[in-house]
Design a binder for this molecule. Sequence first.
Ligand code: ADP
Ligand code: MG
Length: 465
Amino acid sequence: AERKRKVGDVIEEVERTLSTPTALLRGISDALVTEMERGLRGDIHCQLKMLISYVDNLPTGDEHGLFYALDLGGTNFRVLRVQLGGREKRVVKQESKEVSIPPHLMVGTSMELFDFIAAALAEFVDTEGGLFHLPEGRQRELGFTFSFPVNQLSISSGTLIKWTKGFSISGTVGEDVVSELSKAMERQGLDMKVSALVNDTVGTLAGGRYLDNDVVAAVILGTGTNAAYVEHANAIPKWTGLLPKSGNMVINTEWGSFKSDKLPLSEYDKAMDFESLNPGEQIYEKMISGMYLGEIVRRILLKLAHDAALFGDVVPPKLEQPFVLRTPDMSAMHHDASHDLKVLGTKLKDIVGVADTSLEVRYITRHICDIVAERGARLAAAGIYGILKKLGRDKVPTDGSTMPRTVIALDGGLYEHYRKFSSCLEATLTDLLGDEAASSLVAKLANDGSGIGASLLAASHSQYA
Ligand code: ADP
Ligand code: MG
């Protein structure tokens, strides 16, 4: 009975400190919009970088030719080639290959990482054939999707601001990542030109727009989280160049680094942040994205084990190990719909090392997954709502005109595979927008849109275009 009471106390405290009532979400959206505006002004104290992408035109559908893309994300990288056939034929053929990044390369040297990538790319190029066709005398071209914050110098160059997610590589910060990649390709004897350097959000936005003209923003919910959207070029005070003809500029918000006293950090968030590779940074990301959700659950379970003997008198040693509980496992536990939570029991046995958990312990574990996933999804929805506000698409026009259809392209393993997360995100958006405005909003899964998007941007910025 004493144990039960202690368990109840901890759960109650977790429910309270991880709760995100709608009014709180509205405050977070407003704080995000304020930060976005500061970032666009170039305020150096601003957390949101609001990076200028140099993409002032999104794909039109006319792109044609053979293009490659390379997508370096958090856990995998993908190489892709696509034969574009212009307005009529669109994507004639595409092929891709996914390679996982050996963990030691994520904390090694810049050269090792880029050599590994270039080697995989060269190997992939060697398998080109069939419907893929490069006109005589032309150099192959590549769109490089790089999912880390970059100070873009042009559409095809930019210096790394910092590593995020699990990466911590010496000697890359401040360097032009395109020239790093180009040098590595040269070392591989691969003759290819990087025509576009794009963030994955920008690639997803481009890929989304190619398929649907109403796409105005893209959100990534994968290992990390980030968003990009189409801004009016004259609403970017820090942009000192010529106004682009289109009047638009795609902005990579880097919203993962959003930080605000409106964001309620629990003791679990604070401890995880403190022990992370990048303390004090990427606070919003750490509450939302796939790299961290499972780890937050682990920390809460550990607290329950310590303070309330949830798994018996001894704390399971495996539970002490940071990041043993991965978000895909959390998702599998959360979705367990069997009457005795069999899947969840097996996961606890495999991951935490406790056999024979009681049904009650399994229910509690699932409840913790629910709390953590729901908070992440609701915070992500507040971010999207913030972007809609910034775009003036958060409410039905008062002048009687019809609400424009608005499409958000979403991608990332967390959004794609964690169903309870994505459905909570969508329900929360409807809640924030109200039924009428929500009815003209479409959240669209842009599966691997960033790779296609990067190749489309390589096409529109081709040296031969
Ligand atoms: P990246 O963000 O590294 O570019 P992805 O978009 O493929 O790559 O996202 C991978 C991340 O998505 C994983 O790190 C994991 O956190 C999350 N993820 C993958 N599968 C699932 C799943 N079944 N349930 C929940 N999260 C998942
Ligand atoms: Mg990715």
